[in-house]
Write a protein that binds this ligand. Structure first.
Ligand code: FE2
Length: 428
């Protein structure tokens, strides 16, 4: 029995005038002018862009929407953000974390963001945030895939009890092993933390996602160690290096050896352009480094690169709205990814590439995939990045989760009345 026919959509791969048939919550067929014998519910796409939902490969849901608690970050710097998080942590309650996380998930759904990998701080004896986000994960499961990473914010070797707490978090059901090697006390401790965490993940059959080399120090090279242990333990395709900002500042000859190693190890890479462009390069005078990892070169080498939002209205970042198109736009600009294929890659960095990082099953528009879809008021992926348009419909398993009418602004200019939608003149 058919659930829904979506008529006349443009698709992210450039196909136009496509119908999508949804049956039993999954995509049954995609093609022009599909013949459907029975009367089934119809969604007219009117040539707007129908896409698989946005996926955020890197987020911190335990801190989100805490802006102003207990005070705002007046300088906007990483150091004040860390100090502020230290002030906030003793005041946190499980209920308040869950409430803010649920509010963020509402924002996410409204923006067509239906899968999020969130790091959760495990450097807390009470594991408050872990318990809160595991509860949120269960509650949002009908409409949003929330994947949790056990993140030892203060260093798994450096922070007393962090190894035991991380294991407890995994035992409670956290999905992915996290780490932060550049924050350990020495390079040697950083390397040792990578070894210990990768072996733990291998023993338990889990994925790995480490905050790695989030620094402007060109000698912060833990990604090399991460790739080494990935290969040694046969974890190819299951390990992610997040941030990798030091790669921006590394010696070019060294990088010419490093990127092939990253590719050989099948590492996923996640850049967080909104946060990297604001927090990196803060010790520089002029010129100031951008700090984002080498996205175009990694993509050219065949590495799967995704973009994450990282923070929204928390101690480190006062802005953000769960809109992954804002993330894609910033990544495009910071990486100078303005080639036609590169702009398409930026869209993929917040959709299909990010889905590969999470290992999402049934993601996409092929027959058999889950009918998780977002209809955008744009004609193409590039236009979507340019306009960050209205999400006209957001569907999960073919069922409507959120909707809004198409946005048009009426102009009452002398002699030139009419509607402006910012898209009519584009060739995309
Ligand atoms: Fe992060």
């Amino acid at each position: 029995m058919a659930d829904l026919l979506i008529r006349n959509a443009n698709l992210p791969d450039g196909r136009t005038g496509q119908d999508v048939l949804v049956q039993a919550g999954r995509i049954a067929a995609v093609g022009p002018a599909l013949c459907v014998p029975e009367a089934i519910p119809l969604l007219e796409a009117d040539g707007w862009l129908l896409s698989p939902p946005f996926v955020d490969a890197h987020f911190h849901m335990d801190a989100t929407l805490s802006y102003g608690l207990p005070r705002v970050n007046t300088s906007g710097t990483l150091l004040e953000g860390i100090a502020l998080w230290g002030e906030l942590k003793p005041l946190l309650t499980e209920e308040a974390i869950a409430e803010r996380a649920l509010a963020y998930c509402d924002w996410a759904v409204a923006k067509g963001l239906l899968a999020i990998r969130s790091h959760v701080d495990v450097c807390d004896e009470r594991l408050l945030a872990v318990r809160a986000l595991l509860d949120v994960k269960r509650r949002v499961a009908p409409y949003l895939d929330l994947q949790l990473v056990a993140f030892p914010q203060d260093g798994v070797l450096r922070a007393p009890g962090a190894q035991a707490n991380l294991i407890r978090a995994l035992d409670l059901g956290v999905d992915v092993v996290g780490g932060i090697p550049h924050f350990e006390r020495t390079m040697a401790d950083g390397a040792e933390s990578v070894r210990w965490l990768c072996e733990l993940a291998a023993e338990r059959g889990l994925r790995v996602d480490m905050h790695c080399d989030e620094s402007d120090d060109p000698l912060s090279r833990h990604v090399e160690t991460l790739a080494f242990h990935t290969l040694r333990l046969g974890l190819q395709g299951r390990v992610t290096g997040s941030h990798l900002t030091s790669m921006h500042s590394m010696d070019n000859y060294y990088v010419s050896k490093l990127i092939p190693l990253v590719a050989e190890a099948g590492l996923h890479v996640v850049a967080n352009p909104l946060i990297n462009i604001t927090l990196q390069g803060r010790h520089d005078s002029y010129p100031k480094r951008r700090g984002m990892t080498r996205v175009p070169e990694l993509m050219a080498a065949g590495v799967n690169v995704a973009f994450g939002h990282d923070c929204v209205m928390d101690p480190w970042y006062s802005l953000g709205s769960a809109d992954m198109l804002e993330v894609a736009s910033m990544g495009l600009h910071v990486g100078q990814l303005t080639g036609q294929a590169q702009m398409q890659s930026c869209y993929e960095a917040v959709t299909s590439n990010a889905a590969r990082v999470l290992g999402l099953a049934g993601y996409g528009l092929a027959p058999g995939c889950r009918a998780d879809l977002v209809l955008l008021q744009a004609r193409s992926t590039v236009e979507a990045i340019r306009l960050r348009p209205a999400r006209l419909a957001v569907l999960r398993g073919g069922k409507l989760l959120a909707s809004c009418p198409a946005q048009h602004t009426r102009l009452d200019l002398p002699g030139r009345p009419g509607l402006v939608d910012f898209g009519a003149a584009t060739a995309h």
